[in-house]
Design a protein around this ligand. Structure first.
Ligand SMILES: Nc1ncnc2c1ncn2[C@@H]1O[C@H](COP(=O)(O)OP(=O)(O)OP(=O)(O)O)[C@@H](O)[C@H]1O
Ligand SMILES: [Mg+2]
Length: 284
């Protein structure tokens, strides 16, 4: 019997980052913040980036979204998103690419929202900047986006200050989803929120991802949250990506001593059982 071998080639990754280097210029010269970082991210995958403060996580994220600006300079490597050479994008093409192909959610929603404009006006600006001008379509799409993140569409005419911190972050996520990007970069999107809202929001993002099929690059200091939410986790140290793998592998068999140190810093869920305390007799 002949066995027909099917050629099941693995689909190309959505994002391919190769030997990315980013330097910050100062009077003393160039200081390397991201040093030959390479990784891939598949379609519909959630990749977490963890590592100590200053290890280069945000610099990587900003460079991928082409949001970096002087004194930051990309000094080496390549970034490809769905076949597009990201580092070669310029001018209007770059402006259109952002939000449509990749969007970014940062820690402080208030910095991302314009306090002087209603939510509807901000959606309108975003849609118009990307060639969607029909008022009825904009209203309908804005209302649907709000519904998606669990906010009543009648709040479209409110200003950002009338929303709670969690709701503002939902608004920013709705804007990030507006043009159906392939990749959403989230840099500590929930750090400013309490733990319950944080989890609720991430569960909603997971449900949206399953429905809409986008990928996420997720940066947080919360390793427990990361291991629950991400398919793979990368660990950064001094500008280098030192280890990457599925959460279970990273917890149970970390290869790099720094990864081990990071996990050991999380208090165990089940503390070691203490021997029962002796009750002293005749004590009041
Ligand atoms: N505007 C800047 N000018 C000069 N150096 C900078 C600038 N922004 C960041 N850096 C340096 O680049 C390195 C990486 O910083 P980055 O903000 O990417 O770290 P991070 O891992 O995101 O940290 P955190 O967890 O605190 O957000 C650090 O050494 C930082 O001091
Ligand atoms: Mg950062």
């Amino acid at each position: 019997m002949t066995v027909v071998q099917m050629n099941q080639a693995k689909p190309l990754p959505l994002l391919n980052v190769r030997d990315l280097c980013v330097d910050y210029a100062s009077r003393a010269g160039l200081k390397r913040a991201v040093d030959r970082v390479s990784f891939t991210l598949d379609a519909n995958e959630v990749l977490g980036l963890a590592g100590e403060s200053g290890s280069g996580k945000s610099t990587v994220a900003f460079a991928i979204a082409r949001l970096h600006h002087p004194p930051a300079f990309i000094t080496g490597g390549s970034v490809t998103l769905d076949g597009t050479d990201v580092l070669a994008l310029k001018g209007e093409t770059l402006r259109q690419w952002r939000w449509r192909d990749v969007s970014v959610v940062l820690q402080s929603a208030m910095n991302a929202l314009n306090p002087l404009l209603t939510v509807q006006a901000q959606f309108t600006d975003l849609f118009k900047a990307h060639g969607i001008r029909n008022k009825a379509e904009i209203r309908e799409r804005s209302a649907e986006l709000l519904r998606m993140v669990g906010i009543e569409p009648d709040r479209l005419l409110d200003y950002p200050h009338r929303f709670s911190g969690g709701m503002r972050q939902r608004l920013v996520i709705a804007m990030a989803l507006a043009l159906g990007p392939k990749l959403i970069i989230m840099d500590e999107p929930t750090t400013a929120l309490d733990v319950v809202v944080q989890r609720e929001l991430l569960e909603e993002v997971t449900a949206l991802r399953q429905r809409l099929g986008f990928s996420i690059l997720f940066i947080t200091h919360d390793l427990a949250l990361m291991s629950q939410f991400c398919d793979r986790i990368g660990i950064m140290l001094n500008g280098e990506l030192v280890e990457m793998g599925p959460p279970l592998q990273m917890v149970e068999a970390p290869m790099h001593p720094y990864t081990r140190k990071l996990w050991n810093a999380i208090p165990p869920l089940h503390p070691p059982r203490m021997p029962p305390r002796r009750v002293l007799e005749n004590t009041p």
